[in-house]
Design a protein around this ligand. Structure first.
Ligand code: MN
Length: 291
């Protein structure tokens, strides 16, 4: 085993709004060098760093829109979000919960602040990750996995803190999410001076996002809050030490190494498939979802 070294530590770009409910820093594919191939199969990462929304009677969010060819994974750190899709999936997630929505051959959905939470408002903090689907699964049936925090596998690290597995494996323990390719998604929740070691194959695309606190990676590289640590594709193990109580989102996945043709909310393997997707969408083949 050799050390997985840090390629770079990326500071957040200025935030922009997605709809009126998500104020995000885009890390993938908006940062130079961080295109959809660099973190394959993670093709998009939007991070709503802590932001205060005032109370409102009209919940903020994103109205009805389609997706095809991949999965949207929403990880809630603060606030509550609600989702509905045309395949009948839906639910509310709050602090610590995750929704894992497989769009596959196509859904319409909407994503917005949960009504009661929206009424009072408060601090909102979330990550949305798009996980690409292997070509053979792109036209499979949509699926929805609600993963409440209580279902996540907690790996106890004693005084260091713990690791909460959403998908994949840490220390021989497995997380609850079903995935279509080898993908690891987990939160390290470390106490001040707590340490954790991670181990992923050298070729897996790997990154860590500092959600809370500040960390030192591999004993020397410092990453402050809201920064993304991108690892090189060499070596297997890395360590994280928390400088204060910290939460770190860790993602690592086997590259699919398939062609990517993306157009807005559609991610397919060829231009022809994108054209077909527009035709299917215009003909109403994504189902129906009222506003
Ligand atoms: Mn969406």
């Amino acid at each position: 085993m050799t050390t997985k070294t840090v390629e770079k530590i990326i500071s957040p770009k200025p935030a922009h709004f997605v709809g009126d409910g998500f104020r995000v820093h885009n890390f993938i594919p908006g940062i130079p060098g961080m295109d959809m191939k660099r973190m394959d199969p993670f093709i998009m990462l939007d991070y709503n760093s802590k932001f205060h929304f005032n109370g409102t009677d009209q919940p903020r969010g994103v109205g009805v829109h389609p997706h095809r060819g991949f999965e949207t994974v929403t990880i809630a750190y603060k606030g509550k979000v609600q989702h509905h899709d045309s395949a009948g999936g839906g639910g509310i997630i709050g602090e610590g919960d995750v929704q894992w929505m497989t769009a596959a051959k196509g859904v319409l959905h909407k994503e917005y602040h949960e009504k009661k939470w929206a009424k009072t408002g408060g601090i909102f903090q979330m990550v949305q990750l798009w996980v690409n689907l292997p070509a053979v699964y792109k036209m499979s049936c949509p699926k929805y996995q609600s993963i409440p925090n209580t279902d996540m596998t907690k790996v106890d690290l004693g005084n260091n803190g713990f690791v909460e597995i959403i998908a994949g494996i840490h220390n021989d323990q497995k997380g609850p999410a079903f995935t279509f390719s080898p993908v690891h998604v987990m939160n390290a929740k470390l106490n001040k001076h707590g340490k954790a070691e991670f181990n992923f194959p050298a070729d897996y695309n790997t990154a860590a996002l500092v959600i809370e606190g500040s960390i030192t990676v591999n004993g020397s590289e410092k990453a402050p809050v809201n920064h993304l640590v991108l690892f090189k594709n060499e070596g297997e193990t890395f360590t994280i030490e928390a400088q204060e109580d910290s939460i770190i989102l860790i993602i690592s996945g086997m590259p699919l190494n398939e062609p990517i043709h993306a157009h807005g909310p559609f991610v397919m393997n060829s231009r022809d498939e994108i054209m077909q997707t527009f035709e299917d969408y215009n003909l109403g083949r994504f189902g129906y979802l009222p506003d």
